[in-house]
Design a protein around this ligand. Structure first.
Ligand SMILES: [Fe+2]
Length: 151
């Protein structure tokens, strides 16, 4: 496999991961219920949109490199438990960071492609940071989470 083919193949794995994100985050947005729906339905929808934006960028780049974009996705994780949704979201974003880091290794020497991938990687890392903070005290679904620190 030439380096170009290797990059295209790996970008297609990234693309499949983004399509998985579109479905997984949309589903989370649809099914989150109770009072926290007010907060998290929009949050998850925004994440679905971010995945779609990345899918657009990566799909167009694959074609520019001479490849054919994947039109499939991996299985999604779904649950009604908000804490689990947040945990799945952190796993999803961490996997994305890992995948774009690998893509960056393959892109070494191609400065424009490196910058393109770095911009996406930065947003994936922001996702990791946000979900890490949301999960930090494991109180995302509890209204008493700040009480002990406000005295
Ligand atoms: Fe993404």
């Amino acid at each position: 496999m030439s380096n170009n083919e290797e990059i295209i193949a790996h970008l297609n794995e990234c693309l499949k991961h983004e399509w998985t994100g579109v479905a997984q985050y949309s589903q989370a947005s649809f099914i989150v219920e109770g009072v926290w729906r007010e907060v998290y339905a929009d949050t998850f929808l925004e994440n679905a949109e971010e995945s779609f934006n990345h899918a657009k960028l990566v799909g167009n780049k694959i074609v520019a490199l001479g490849g054919v974009p994947a039109a499939t996705r991996n299985e999604i994780k779904q649950t009604r438990d908000l804490q689990e949704i947040l945990q799945n979201s952190l796993e999803f974003e961490s996997k994305a960071v890992e995948m774009y880091n690998k893509a960056l290794e393959l892109a070494e020497g191609n400065r424009a492609l490196v910058v393109f991938l770095e911009n996406i990687l930065e947003e994936e890392q922001e996702g990791v940071d946000e979900f890490t903070k949301l999960l930090r005290n494991s109180q995302a679904t509890s209204s008493s989470s700040i009480d002990s620190k406000t005295a």
